[in-house]
Design a protein. Structure first.
Length: 273
C-alpha cells in the first residue's frame, strides 16, 4: 500500500497537469503505520525521511522477493542477497561505515562495519563552520575509556581503546543530516550555526577507505531547510532538476526557480548529494 501510494505521488508530480501536488494520499498511508506523524504538532523531517525509506525498502524488498521466487533462483547465496537485503532504496541510499577498534594495551586492531542511509553530523561551532568541519568532527578518532571500555579478546579483559570510522561503501546518493536540534538532559535548543556546504565537488576521500578514493566526489541535488525554533518552525526544500540543472524552491504550494547563489542558506537541515 505504501509503495503504491508513493508511486501515485510520483506519477502525479511528473506526469500530471497540476502546478503543485499535495501528498495527502501518501501521508494518509504513512500515518497509519506511524501514528506520530498524524499529530498536528511539528515533527522531525529526518525522522520522517528514515520512516519513508524503511517503509519503501520493506515494501519493494517484498516485491523483489516475489519476482525472484517466480524466476526460481537456485543459488542459496544469490537468493539470500537479492531477496533479504536489497531493494532500489538500498541500491541508491545505503552505504557502509567501517570501524577500526585498537586496544591501547596490546595494540590489536579489530574491524566491524554497519550500514547507514543517513549520516547525522555534529555541528562543532555555534556561529559558523563548513560542512568539512562537521565531517571531520564525525570521523575523528575517539578514545573509549571508563564505562565505554572494550573487551579485548587478546588481553582477555576490558581495556581502553581507540575507534576510527571510515566509509567503506559510498552510496550513490548520500544524505547528510545536520544535527541542529540539541538535547542535553532537560535542556533543548536549536543550533542556528551558518554552515557552508559546496554545491559541487564534495570530496569524501579523506573519510573513506583507500579503495574508494576515486569514487567519492558528490554534487548537491537537494536541500531540506528548517526555519524557526525548536518546537515551532517551517520546512521548505530546494531541488535541482536532473535534466535542466536549474534549482527550484518548494515552499508549500509556491514553487519558484532560484539562482545557484540562493541554494546556500543558514537554514539547511538535510543535504542530499
Amino acid at each position: 500500500e505504501s509503495a503504491a501510494a508513493f508511486g501515485c505521488l510520483m506519477s502525479e508530480m511528473w506526469h500530471g497537469g497540476l502546478d503543485c501536488v499535495s501528498p495527502e494520499g501518501f501521508h494518509a498511508v504513512l500515518r497509519k503505520r506511524y501514528p506520530t506523524f498524524s499529530e498536528r504538532t511539528q515533527q522531525d523531517a529526518q525522522e520522517f525521511l528514515i520512516c519513508v525509506l524503511n517503509e519503501l525498502h520493506e515494501a519493494l524488498e517484498n516485491v523483489r522477493a516475489q519476482l525472484c521466487k517466480r524466476k526460481r533462483i537456485t543459488s542459496a547465496k544469490e537468493s539470500r542477497e537479492s531477496i533479504s537485503e536489497t531493494s532500489i532504496i538500498t541500491e541508491l541510499f545505503e552505504g557502509k561505515l567501517s570501524y577500526d577498534v585498537t586496544c591501547l594495551e596490546c595494540k590489536t586492531t579489530t574491524a566491524r562495519s554497519e550500514s547507514f542511509t543517513v549520516l547525522s553530523l555534529p555541528i562543532p561551532s555555534k556561529r559558523a563552520c563548513s560542512l568539512q568541519d562537521c565531517l571531520e568532527h564525525f570521523f575523528q578518532q575517539d578514545t573509549l575509556t571508563s564505562s565505554n571500555q572494550i573487551h579485548c579478546v587478546s588481553c582477555g579483559t576490558k581495556q581502553d581503546a581507540t575507534v576510527k570510522a571510515s566509509i567503506s561503501k559510498a552510496p550513490q546518493i548520500i544524505i547528510l543530516h545536520l544535527k541542529r536540534f540539541e538535547c542535553r538532559g532537560k535542556r533543548q535548543r536549536k543550533l542556528l550555526t551558518d554552515i557552508h556546504y559546496p554545491l559541487t565537488d564534495l570530496d569524501l576521500s579523506p573519510y573513506s577507505s583507500r579503495h574508494l578514493y576515486n569514487h567519492t566526489e558528490y554534487s548537491l541535488c537537494a536541500v531540506v531547510n528548517h526555519s524557526g525554533l525548536l518546537n515551532c518552525g517551517h520546512y521548505t526544500a530546494f531541488c535541482k532538476h536532473n535534466i535542466t540543472k536549474n534549482w527550484y524552491s518548494f515552499d508549500d504550494e509556491e514553487i519558484t526557480e532560484i539562482p545557484n547563489s540562493s541554494v546556500q542558506t543558514r537554514t539547511a537541515y538535510l543535504l542530499f548529494y
